[in-house]
Design a protein around this ligand. Sequence first.
Ligand SMILES: [Zn+2]
Length: 217
Amino acid sequence: MLSAACLRVVFDLKMELSIAIQICRYFLRLEYRQKRSDKSQETIMLTDTDLQNLRRCVELATEALEAGDEPFGSVLVAADGTVLAEDRNRVGSGDPTRHPEFELARWAAANMTSEERAAATVYTSGEHCPMCAAAHGWVGLGRIVYASSSEQLAAWFTELGSAAPPVRALRIQEVVPGVQVEGPVAALAEQVHDLHQRFYHKYKQSRKEKGPDSSSL
Ligand SMILES: [Zn+2]
């Protein structure tokens, strides 16, 4: 423990109290950061089936990108492993709520019993936004596994100089505290990062070709 070591040093050197407090604060902050870093690097236990479904989500996100849409894709899987439904982002249609996770929640409400929904898993290329997390919670769907987190997405948007979204990014558990959530998955998150970079550059190129007044993709 860094803080314990710090106290020992302070005691041994008979330091002035104010200096000792400052040194202790420094070590406590260091220890806190180390703990946070260790937590973020915890290994997530996923099965081969989980990874296969997540890879399909990245494929769907790629399809969205190639169709000129934002790169997000999701898959709904029953308790027995059957893929029930899948979708990709379709906000390019002009409806900003056409997120794949939202579509899957509505599909589940229309086609599954409450027991089936609770036992199902939703895989997705990017962590649910608050709208989709709320839909997931209201419909009573089960576990969520995502490739990249909302925190990562926000960092990528900042890095790319992209405009901040109108809805604040929240962790799924902040919206739906009871749901089991796993992610991110480093290797796949990097692929999703690449898709967002490609989308951003494609968007910029498109705007350049259409002229500075163009606000559409
Ligand atoms: Zn969403």
